[in-house]
Design a protein around this ligand. Structure first.
Ligand code: IPM
Ligand code: MG
Length: 356
């Protein structure tokens, strides 16, 4: 089993180091190879996703990804910015199915900005379509407005689009995931305004006919944003497009108290996957040894479960994370009175010890 390790920028290297430590402690036959990505790769070779990194990723069974981005690259042309590395990997490997669980750990209930009773026991799964929608739709660009009230003025435009097979395959992923859980799917759209999302809604409803045992409801995205803070536990699986999924998954992550706890998986049809924490590169705290490595460690667990067919090893990592939380160990982002403040490496070491 071959894993490409792509640490990236900001806190990426320090959190990935902890996850690698945890993987090594499992004594599995894992071959790991590291390559630069994002701003780090741009500095080294002039491109955020060099061919060598892309080829390594293609050849691997799974990719463990840290984070990319730094404000210092904001002035670069779009094609050279660090974010293009993650978008490029998603597109090149066809990683269309993005799993973003939002789980509120018992010990962290009070870290949420919502009332504890609203989030205690929260366990929802956002499934975001990741290779279509307005993120990748062509044409896009800047031009002189061809018509309308502002004809002749400079304008910018993007294209929102989804093809039927793209919607069908993500709908199947969502219904199948729901079967492993409480069998409820909420499809989030904006069918009241957008043609693309009326189509989305129709196609999801058609695919649903294959899953009579799963309950499907439809919700407009604005209402979904509201319901997520009003009664988040009413959801089980949420399936939505790339853009809405980007926004709702950040919202859902904060319900759990810390984005520093949330893993994610992005899979293609062959179950090859890219695993990364849901949070970003946090350049403001990079190199200080205070970043929470648990989201990356939990992403490694998802990798073992989804791409490497090692569910027992995944269970062991998840149990070890619960154990260190129960021991009261907390990085600053989840620290509260009466718990023990630890740094990035100490947290990684504690998980390794809990595995043993
Ligand atoms: C995410 C991020 C990315 C996205 C950025 C970094 C391109 O926000 O993974 O949610 O918008 O998809
Ligand atoms: Mg995002």
């Amino acid at each position: 089993m071959k894993i490409a390790i792509l640490p990236g920028d900001g806190i990426g290297p320090e959190i990935v180091e902890q996850a690698v430590k945890v993987l090594k402690a499992l004594d599995l036959q894992l071959e790991m190879e590291t390559a630069p990505v994002g701003g780090a790769a741009y500095e080294a070779s002039g491109h955020p996703l060099p061919d060598a990194t892309l080829n390594l990723s293609r050849a691997a069974d799974a990719i463990l990804f840290g984070a990319v981005g730094d404000w210092k690259y904001d002035q670069l042309e779009r094609a050279l910015r660090p974010e293009q590395a993650i978008l490029g990997l998603r597109k090149a490997l066809g990683l269309f199915a993005n799993f973003r669980p939002a789980i509120c750990y018992e010990q962290l209930t009070h870290a949420s900005s919502l009332k504890p009773e609203l989030v205690a026991g929260l366990d929802i799964l956002i499934i975001r379509e990741l290779t279509g929608d307005i993120y990748f739709g062509q044409p896009r660009g800047r031009r002189s407005a061809p018509d309308g009230a502002f004809a002749g003025a400079e304008e910018a435009f993007d294209t929102m689009r989804y093809a039927r097979p793209e919607i069908e395959r993500i709908a199947h992923v969502a219904f199948q995931a729901a079967r492993q859980r409480s069998k409820r799917v909420t499809s989030v759209d904006k069918a009241n305004v957008l043609e693309t999302f009326q189509f989305w809604k129709d196609v999801v409803a058609e695919v649903h006919k294959d899953y009579p045992d799963v309950e499907l409801s439809h919700m407009y995205v604005d209402n979904a944003a509201m319901q997520l803070v009003k009664a988040p536990k009413a959801f089980d699986v949420i399936v939505t497009g790339n853009m809405f999924g980007d926004i709702l998954s950040d919202e859902a992550s904060m319900l759990t108290g810390s984005i520093g706890m949330l893993p994610s998986a992005s899979l293609n049809a062959q179950r090859q996957g890219l695993y990364e924490p849901s949070h970003g590169s946090a350049p403001d705290i990079a190199g200080k040894g205070v970043a929470n490595p648990l989201a990356t460690i939990l992403s490694a667990a998802m990798m073992l479960r989804f791409s490497l067919n090692q569910p027992e090893a995944a269970d062991r990592i998840e149990a070890a994370v619960k154990q260190v939380l129960a021991q009261g160990l907390r990085t600053p982002d989840i620290h509260s009175e009466g718990t023990t403040r630890v740094g990035t490496a100490q947290m990684g070491d504690a998980v390794v010890n809990a595995l043993r």
